[in-house]
Design a protein around this ligand. Structure first.
Ligand SMILES: Cc1ncc(COP(=O)(O)O)c(C=O)c1O
Length: 373
């Protein structure tokens, strides 16, 4: 009988899914990783028009349509002060595929990938799928990743280190100095820095900077997506940009695994990236208000929570049994260990839901906290 590959046997279905499946139907869901806003109307319309005109029927170029890649390059000039050749961009099926092709193209069996612990679940899983060795590293007390930690973890076998700011699951935002240092490390150590910037617009304190701004070496790859910026998780449209050589190698993986990103989604993404950007600011303001409500709630509960400066997640330290108690009382939160060993003792709370629901959940979490203390 055909058995399963060693690589796939090392990966399990995300702990987040398990929590959702265990929750009752009318549970309040603070586990979700997507904004509760509609996709902007002009993005939807662009896809509808493309479909009606028959422009969504055929394969596009493997890298994506030229006009989408031009819109992505213009976005990087506008938001990140980066000059990027549209030829050095691959449009992907979300940020997820971008991370996948980055690791497939750069990691050999036995090579190491360094990433934050707790960190986004895909980093470890995709490292295994690429045949590499995951090397999760601890965070600072404020849940940011210290550049020195990365530098110390790098060995001759390190292929990639992943930086994610703003971060899932912590909501932490790296300082510009940290980002500069990550760029320096990529340069000094000649190791690829994959910078996952999918939450770049959700920053409340501080600012988003990309390591790519601080280096002219080809050792940075930026992963980004329309998913969180424009509430387009279902459209599956992201991208990766790096040096011409790296893009050419990643394109080999993308070409055979995906051919091209969905054509209608490419039209929607182009409109989202180049149309009015108001929705981005509106979402940021809403998330910031919700964060403040949630942080006040944690304070009242007596839970210590490193102040999240971005994304739409908070990661309080929670007492033993807290997550189960909260789940039993009908609020879905994700146990910190779903994001790595060092996530134990924390819970991830997503505040991508309205304030009323958050307030209702806070009352339930308060009661649960009293019950387990
Ligand atoms: C840090 C991070 N990177 C990448 C992704 C993947 O995003 P996408 O939905 O665009 O595949 C996610 C999704 O939750 C994420 O949290």
């Amino acid at each position: 009988m055909t058995s399963f590959s060693h690589r796939v046997e090392q990966v399990s279905i995300s702990g987040i899914r398990e929590v959702f499946e265990a929750a009752g139907e009318d549970a309040i869901n603070l586990g979700i990783g997507q904004p509760d806003f509609p996709t902007p109307e002009h993005a939807r319309e662009a896809a509808v028009e493309a479909i009606r005109a028959g422009d969504g029927d055929a394969y596009t170029s493997n890298k994506g349509t030229e006009s989408l890649r031009e819109a992505i390059a213009a976005k990087h000039a506008r938001d990140n002060d980066l000059t990027i050749d549209p030829e050095d961009i691959i449009a992907t099926a979300g940020g997820s595929e971008a991370l996948h092709i980055a690791l497939e193209a750069h990691v050999d069996p036995g090579e190491e990938v360094i990433f934050p612990d707790p960190g986004f679940v895909s980093y470890e899983a995709l490292t295994h799928i690429a045949g590499g060795d995951p090397k999760p590293v601890p965070l600072r007390e404020d849940l940011t990743l210290a550049p020195e930690t990365v530098r110390e973890a790098i060995t001759d076998d390190t292929a990639v280190f992943v930086v994610n700011s703003p971060a899932n699951p912590t909501g932490a935002v790296q300082s510009p100095e940290d980002m500069r240092e990550f760029a320096r490390i990529a340069e000094d150590e000649d190791v690829l820095c994959v910078s996952d910037e999918v939450y770049e617009h959700q920053v409340f304190d501080g600012e988003h900077r990309s390591p790519a701004e601080f280096t002219s070496s080809d050792n940075v790859a930026i992963v980004n997506a329309c998913s969180k910026a424009y509430s387009m998780t279902g459209w599956r449209l992201g991208w990766i940009t790096s040096s011409t050589d790296r893009i050419e190698r990643m394109l080999r993986v993308h070409q055979y695994g995906q051919a091209c990103a969905s054509a209608p989604a490419q039209y929607a993404a182009e409109a989202a990236l180049s149309g009015p950007q108001d929705v981005v600011g509106e979402m940021r303001t809403a998330f910031e208000q919700r964060r403040d409500v949630l942080l006040d709630g944690f304070e009242e509960m007596g839970l210590d929570c490193p102040r999240p400066s971005g994304a739409f997640y908070a990661m309080p330290k929670v007492p033993e049994g807290w997550v189960d108690e909260v789940l039993d009382r009908g609020v879905v939160v994700v146990p910190g260990e779903a994001f790595g060993e060092r996530g134990a003792g924390y819970a991830r709370i997503s505040y991508a839901t309205d304030i009323e629901t958050i307030e209702e959940a806070i009352d339930i979490m308060k009661a649960a906290t009293d019950a387990v203390r």
